[in-house]
Write a protein that binds this ligand. Structure first.
Ligand code: ZN
Length: 106
């Protein structure tokens, strides 16, 4: 999986309204083993919580649910769009590089 926590991505498919090539989102969490990511503002679900005490109103919590990592692409600031990346080793460091323009994403 090429997506990491803190990455800027675009979402290419899914059931969110916040889609589009030029809409960027931040990755809040990445789960490499499950190949899933949680992306800020994408795939929101509403959870209803019960009141803890008598007389307290129940709450509605909106939060992001994980989506498949294949639904997002890393955003390249030079190409200004989601791009495919490849791993390269530069000066002994592993970096992700835009396949289109060769710019390092890391
Ligand atoms: Zn690029």
């Amino acid at each position: 999986m090429k997506i990491k926590k803190g990455d800027t991505v675009v979402v290419i498919s899914g059931n969110s309204k916040n889609l589009g090539e030029n809409k960027t989102h931040k990755v809040l969490q990445a789960f490499p083993k499950a190949n899933r990511v949680i992306v800020e503002g994408v795939n929101m679900i509403t959870r209803h919580t019960k009141p803890k005490k008598m007389g307290e109103p129940g709450g509605r919590i909106e939060r992001e649910a994980a989506i498949d990592a294949s639904n997002v692409m890393l955003y390249c600031s030079a190409c200004k769009r989601g791009v495919r990346v490849e791993s390269k080793t530069v000066d002994g460091k592993k970096v992700r590089v835009c396949k289109k323009c060769g710019k390092s994403i890391d």
